[in-house]
Design a protein around this ligand. Structure first.
Ligand SMILES: C[S@@+](CC[C@H](N)C(=O)[O-])C[C@H]1O[C@@H](n2cnc3c(N)ncnc32)[C@H](O)[C@@H]1O
Length: 264
């Protein structure tokens, strides 16, 4: 086994991240970035460094599962949810079920929850739940805590901040309980092949699959298809695409916003 293979095996065993499911170039770029930061010249050096410095494991996990996110990222797609998708779902169902997959530090599910809570106020008797998942337990803990710096709030209006957040004495903002109550955060690996739930009305999985290889993308499309109700919605990131099988499983609802509907 060469040193790159040995390093990947160690990562799989210790972090539970299946490197073979990701594009090799991607894994190498992320490893090289950590190697530069730790002064490791070779994969072998870096493996030695990882074994001798356990805290580096968390830095590596963060590097492999880049967590960049923001409230209302690509705002147009949220406008579609606000004006079109969510009102339609609230009309059809007594209980709307959403899976926000690869939710990082929570800005995405909280953005959806802000829209939902405003719509639910006009739809008495209807309830909604968001299941928000990520493979990275560190970001999930932050999501669950729901505390954000003022820098993270720049895209939110004064009204949204007042309605949905409490300003803390240190200048940070905490999500109010009416939003938190709409969301269940859970660890989940999208490569496990098992959906977090079934009979879902909407799945958002945005800016996650860019690191997945073709086989993994195909399997993910099948998993999402199986987890959605008939005509359920699937929203992916603007720059993403799912493998060739996507066309058999989903039809496009809005190609610019990458919104799809499950084909039966
Ligand atoms: C760039 S963030 C995207 C966050 C959010 N969806 C957005 O669009 O702003 C990608 C997230 O995907 C998560 N991720 C990567 N691989 C994953 C996997 N196999 N299963 C679940 N989550 C994964 C990462 O931990 C990271 O938090």
């Amino acid at each position: 086994m060469d040193s790159f293979q040995a390093l990947k095996k160690f990562i799989e065993q210790t972090l539970g991240i299946q490197c073979s499911n990701y594009k090799e170039d991607y894994i190498k770029r992320r490893l090289l970035s950590r190697m530069r930061s730790t002064g490791s010249a070779t994969y072998e050096d870096y493996l030695g460094y990882l074994k001798a410095n356990p805290p580096e494991l968390e830095s590596l996990r963060n590097a492999l599962t880049i967590n960049v996110t923001e409230f209302f990222r690509d705002n147009d797609v949220y406008e579609f949810m606000r004006k079109d998708i969510l009102p339609a779902l609230l009309k059809q169902r007594k209980r709307v079920r959403i899976w926000c997959a690869g939710c990082s530090t929570g800005e995405e599910p909280y953005s959806i929850a802000m829209i939902l809570s405003e719509l639910l106020a006009h739809n008495p008797g209807i309830s909604a739940q968001i299941i928000a998942t990520d493979i990275d337990k560190v970001v999930l803990a932050k999501a669950q805590e729901g505390i954000y710096s003022s820098k993270a709030m720049v895209k939110l209006s004064e009204t949204q901040i007042r309605r949905h957040f409490t300003k803390l004495p240190d200048g940070n903002f905490q999500v109010k309980s009416h939003l938190k109550e709409l969301i269940r955060f859970r660890p989940h690996d999208l490569m496990s092949g098992v959906p977090v739930s079934q009979w879902l009305d909407l799945i958002t999985c945005r800016n996650v699959t860019i690191y997945f290889n073709e086989k993994q993308k195909d399997e993910l499309a099948r998993m999402f298809h199986g987890a959605l109700v008939s005509k359920g919605f699937y929203i992916m990131g603007k720059t993403e695409y799912l493998g060739r099988t996507l066309e058999n499983l989903f039809e496009s609802y809005n190609s610019l916003q990458k919104i799809f509907i499950k084909k039966d």
